[in-house]
Design a protein around this ligand. Structure first.
Ligand code: SF4
Length: 403
């Protein structure tokens, strides 16, 4: 396979609908009363409403509907597991196939980008209240946007160089291009949200911020990888998924020779690691997980993408030992049902078995007079769920001002 960087890879699924295709798809919509697709969105996006707008050639109206509800509307159009959410609930599932809500949302957000229009306006009057949001990931961004729209002055603190959290630093660019993240972040800037980046907030500083601001929201992400208690974990070449994906993005896909790669895990992050390894030119790649193939937690479209790239998946095996002399050479696996074993040669092993909060974030709770959302509440879920929690926290903060 020709080697190219992951930044250069543009799969078909990122290709937005053109006007004719969008009209065709929107015209399949049944314009349901009390639309089930709307109930299927955790963040409360109203696909029935924006599809109706597209159908009547009002693409700006569609973009406005999406934006008003979800500050990460452009990113969510690409990375939301719609096949499990709004599209799974679509009435057309019982007739032929669901409406491609994801593609229609992407079409509307492309219109916003190309037109340069802004659908959210700064509040006309300020409340005089100030809120600090810790973390510049989805939950904080959603909380900040809701507050800014209601006249609250918001400052977002994040230790990274750029805003976006996991969107920016973990999701590979072939799934979510930088320009789409920037399109969403720009909306916050236009709302007047202030960003303090490259700024790590310690527990001590948190106390200062609590005194300086009227309220503090924490939306820290799960930036630590879970590991497995098996021998050989510290061998060179055994890396954590979060570090691998982060490095691949930071170095624009220029990672030192990976050689033969074994990925352990069956979730979306594991699929990202498998696809990224392939696109970086790794030689032999296997993704091995404990679940049966249809029970592996990654969304179907991600599994299909990895299959298409030619990465074999081996189900129902668990790793029992990483073998090597200073550097990993092989991984031994055991079948979870019949106990049979196998070994796979590996120069690089990527552990993608879940993430967790760092200890400091775990110690911050609502009992400390803080508002909390995102991974800290849901234990690591979808971006759209983090958006929902950010919005809910903003509503509680506004309520606290009224109280
Ligand atoms: S459920 Fe499906 S058909 Fe009904 S309004 Fe929503 S997208 Fe259209």
């Amino acid at each position: 396979m020709e080697q190219r960087t992951i930044m250069e890879y543009e799969p078909e699924q990122l290709e937005p609908y053109d006007f004719r295709r969008a009209m065709e798809e929107a015209s399949r919509c049944l314009l349901c009363e009390d639309a089930p697709c709307t109930k299927g969105c955790p963040a409360g996006t109203d696909p029935a409403k924006f599809i109706r707008s597209i159908r009547f050639k009002n693409t700006s109206g569609a973009a406005e509907t999406i934006r008003e509800n979800n500050i990460l509307g452009a990113s969510c159009a690409l990375i939301c597991p719609q096949e499990r959410l709004c599209q799974a609930a679509c009435s057309r599932c019982g007739i032929d196939r669901p409406i491609e809500i994801k593609k229609l949302q992407q079409f509307a957000m492309e219109h916003e980008r190309k037109s340069g229009r802004t659908y959210l306006n700064k509040a006309k009057t300020y409340t005089g209240k100030r809120v600090a949001c810790i973390g510049a990931g989805p939950a904080s961004l959603a909380c900040a946007a809701e507050l800014a729209k209601q006249g609250v002055e918001v400052t977002i603190y994040d230790e990274h160089e750029e805003a976006g959290g996991m969107l920016r630093y973990l999701i590979p660019p072939y799934r979510l291009p930088e320009q789409v993240i920037n399109q969403d972040i720009d909306q916050l800037v236009k709302l007047g949200v202030h960003f303090e980046l490259n700024h790590h907030v310690s527990t001590e500083e948190l106390e200062t911020l609590k005194a300086e601001f009227d309220q503090v929201f924490i939306g820290a992400g799960m930036w630590e990888s879970k590991t497995l208690p098996i021998p050989g974990l510290t061998l060179d070449g055994v890396v954590m998924a979060i570090n691998f994906l982060n490095e691949a993005k930071k170095n624009h896909g220029q990672i030192d020779r990976l050689g033969s790669v074994v990925i352990i895990g069956g979730g979306d992050v594991a699929m990202d690691c498998a696809a990224t390894s392939k696109l970086l030119g790794a030689e032999n790649i296997y993704d091995v997980f404990i679940e049966a193939l249809d029970e592996a937690p990654a969304v179907q479209s991600e599994k299909e993408f990895v299959f298409k790239l030619g990465v074999p998946m081996i189900s129902e095996f668990k790793p029992v030992e990483f073998i090597g002399n200073g550097k990993v050479e092989r991984v031994r696996f055991e079948h979870i049902k019949n106990g049979s074993t196998m070994e796979i040669v590996a120069d690089t092993v990527i552990l993608a078995v879940g993430q967790k909060l760092c200890d400091v974030a775990k110690s911050w709770t609502e009992e400390d007079g803080l508002f909390i959302g995102g991974d800290m509440v849901n234990g690591g879920d979808t971006v759209v769920r983090a958006v929902k929690e950010g919005k809910e926290a903003a509503a509680k903060i506004i309520e606290s001002f009224r109280g």
